[in-house]
Ligand binder design. Structure first.
Ligand SMILES: [Zn+2]
Length: 721
């Protein structure tokens, strides 16, 4: 039984405590290929060639039944509880359902249509009830508790002790110690929440799929680079309007338009469409759903003995308490807002000089920021894009992984390894001795039915306790595909995201643990973003840029003058980026600290932002009605702060490289790989302290963002308690 979560850049955070038995009945497997053990090369691969939507529900149901039977056997074992017959036995359960859940998760996040949505609506509450049935099994919990009580005297390894601790605390936190009535209420709440999460996510997806702005006149494209126009033509054609251009209601479609389009009225229209996802008053409006989710979360927290949902969520995180997370956010908020005012003043100056006769509004920010960038740093984003070929940058990531971690990547013939969509490709990853590390699946392009944003997902965790199992990881993003046969050019920001998600993949690939529940990215939420954010840094190293940032027409590397300009402008617009993110993180935390007070999301968002003195020129990166991280599952709820928390560690770890031999320092690279290999076998605060020789403070973070470094008494952000 592994505790699996998708690592979201923006999307799904549905935690399926997925599990099953290894001895699935042969009859069931024959009838439903999703139930069968994975066969083929690489220790078995997902059977995407045999997967069909109609197989998902019966497979999930059979998998759950198998798991419950297996759990019962452990719970009713006449032998006295030991680590081996209880905890290790639990790790052996859930194999079948885990495989099914992998395929289900992929359909849900990347192939989502009406048929998949119907399965989601039906299965989400059933999966929640199933999960509760396990954590509420009193006999099972007694055995887990017995192993936990004696863990220090039973001759267990540190990893086994930590796994025992994880099972015990997960069960307690899920209500294992409650009385029968409370357990029943808890389970009812979890099932209602699962339904609401599904509804929330489907509403956002529906608004993203259906919202579109068609453009007919060439003149309305003024300011847009050719690559953006081509992408927009593709979007229009895909929607049956060949010859026109279209702005889809997704970040990857809207943001380039906001950045470059001269037509201010259209910018405003696109901006309004995007920021109002889930907030349009019709069938897809999420406000009532949010109120209900918050009410149920508050009730659940009380039932479990915590003051608020935020306190419950943060207990096992690095931050430990909402107060410590708030302390960090507040330390960064004011300097970030001050920087925004400076940025806006710079933009207003340009608008005034152009006699635009406007006051900077949120739909102007990206557009005028570009102009300031040009004026201040002589840097034009459109000058960079021709060098940002997706496939070359992917090779650049491979180079980084090779230099730092010794991994090499070899493409796999998808005739031998089936994929779920023709756009998906697969690579095998080997270590310097040529030993298989795992597989990497890459699904780069936007399409209808795929959630927006970018994310990493582990199809299979690395583990060793019952034989050497290699991991299978995937990276997913939403790049606009462009014309067939032509290179896909992406923005600098998109390239950064590419490296970010690859960082999560490398975290998974570096894993070297025994038990799957402790494997790879199965670490606290406010630690998991650290490896991904850290590896973003290598994009801007001269080694990567000179070799891989090649002009799509001339093949020439990006000129050093342009690289120098990129470096000089590195901290540019950091006020905007920080405030856009942090306002979302603060609203998330405050929503979940409000306890049982009934919440009107719209009013709460407005009042909270006013109290924070949110600059009027910026909107939250994720407004409440579309905040998928927080309301499409529990995963990132009261947890959006995690990116900032992780970034304090990131900034500090980057200085470990720059303070030694630089980004390619072999020794620091090796020690980083070792740190990532630990998964959750060691408390991350201890593991990091071991890597760095001390705890990270806030200073490196402030330097990274170009904000004033506070005096020595600053909060030591990621220090463990
Ligand atoms: Zn991430």
């Amino acid at each position: 039984m592994s505790f699996k979560t998708l690592i979201a850049g923006a999307a799904v955070a549905a935690t399926l405590a997925a599990a099953t038995t290894a001895d699935a009945t042969e009859a069931a497997s024959a009838a439903n290929p999703l139930l069968a053990p994975w066969t083929g090369p690489y220790g078995g691969i997902p059977p995407f060639d045999k997967a069909k939507v109609e197989l998902l529900k019966p497979a999930l149901e059979a998998g759950m039944a198998q798991q419950l039977a297996e759990i019962d056997r452990i719970a009713n074992d006449p032998a006295a509880p030991t680590f081996e017959n209880t905890i290790a036995a639990m790790e052996r359960t859930g194999r079948q359902l885990d495989r099914v859940a992998t395929v289900y998760g992929i359909y849900s996040s990347t192939l989502n249509d009406e048929a998949v949505q119907a399965v989601e609506r039906e299965m989400a509450p059933k999966l929640a009830a199933f999960s509760d049935q396990i954590t509420q099994n009193a006999k099972l919990f007694e055995r887990i508790a017995a192993v936990y009580e004696t863990r220090e005297k039973a001759g267990l390894t540190p990893e086994q002790q930590r796994l025992t601790w994880l099972y015990y605390t997960n069960f307690v936190r899920a209500g294992a110690r409650l009385d029968a009535d409370a357990k029943q209420r808890l389970s009812a709440i979890n099932q209602s929440l699962a339904e609401l999460f599904t509804r929330f996510g489907q509403n956002v997806l529906k608004d993203e799929n259906e919202g579109v702005i068609f453009i007919e006149k060439d003149a309305d494209l003024a300011g847009l680079p050719q690559a953006v126009r081509d992408g927009m033509a593709q979007v229009a054609e895909a929607r049956g309007q060949k010859g026109k251009w279209a702005i889809a209601n997704t970040r990857s479609s809207v943001e380039p338009f906001l950045t470059y389009a001269d037509n201010r009225a259209l910018r405003e229209q696109a901006w309004r469409m995007f920021v109002n996802r889930g907030d349009n008053g019709g069938a897809t409006d999420n406000n009532a759903t949010i109120t209900e989710i918050l009410r149920l979360r508050a009730e659940r927290a009380k039932l479990l003995g915590y003051p608020t949902h935020a306190h419950w969520r943060l207990e096992n995180s690095m931050a430990k308490t909402p107060e410590r997370a708030m302390e960090l956010m507040e330390a960064v908020w004011k300097p970030a807002v001050a920087r925004v005012h400076e940025e806006v003043a710079d933009m207003q100056k340009i608008a005034d000089a152009e006699k635009a006769g406007i006051r900077i509004e949120p739909w102007d920010y990206r557009y005028y920021a570009e102009k300031v960038r040009k004026a201040k740093y002589d840097l034009d984003e459109t000058e960079i894009t021709p060098y940002m070929q997706l496939e070359n940058l992917r090779e650049g990531m491979f180079y980084m992984a090779n230099q730092l971690f010794g991994f090499s990547f070899k493409p796999v013939d998808t005739a031998k390894v089936p994929v779920y969509h023709p756009d998906v490709r697969v690579w095998e990853v080997n270590d310097p001795q040529g030993k298989l590390v795992g597989l990497w699946y890459f699904d780069p392009y936007a399409r209808k039915g795929k959630r927006s944003g970018a994310w990493m997902n582990a199809y299979r965790n690395q583990e060793r306790f019952d034989g050497d199992v290699r991991t299978i990881v995937s990276n997913n993003s939403n790049f606009v595909k462009g014309k067939p046969g032509e290179p896909v050019l992406i923005s600098w920001t998109d390239a950064t995201t590419l490296f970010h998600e690859f960082g999560h993949a490398l975290h998974g690939l570096s894993s070297s643990v025994n038990y799957p529940s402790l494997s790879g990215t199965a670490v606290p939420r406010d630690y998991v973003e650290f490896p991904s954010q850290l590896l973003e840094h290598w994009l801007s190293t001269p080694e990567v840029l000179n070799k891989y940032a090649l002009h799509y027409q001339t093949g020439k590397p990006i000129p050093p003058e342009l690289v120098a300009k990129i470096e000089a402008a590195e901290k540019f617009n950091e006020g905007f980026k920080t405030v856009e993110y942090l306002s979302s993180a603060l609203v998330d935390m405050k929503l979940h600290l409000a306890g049982s007070t009934p919440i009107d999301p719209d009013k709460f968002e407005r009042e909270t932002l006013t109290a924070l003195a949110m600059p009027s020129e910026i909107v939250m990166r994720h407004r409440t009605p579309q905040f998928m991280h927080v309301f499409s599952g529990d995963g990132y709820s009261a947890g959006y702060y995690s990116y900032l928390w992780s970034d304090t560690i990131t900034a500090d770890a980057w200085e470990a490289f720059t303070g030694a031999g630089g980004p390619w320092d072999k020794d620091v690279g090796q020690r980083l790989k070792q740190l990532l290999s630990l998964g959750n076998t060691v408390d991350p605060a201890d593991a990091y302290r071991n890597f760095r020789g001390r705890d990270p403070g806030i200073e490196a973070l402030m330097r990274k963002r170009g904000f004033p470094v506070p005096a020595a008494a600053a909060p030591a952000a990621a220090k463990s308690q």
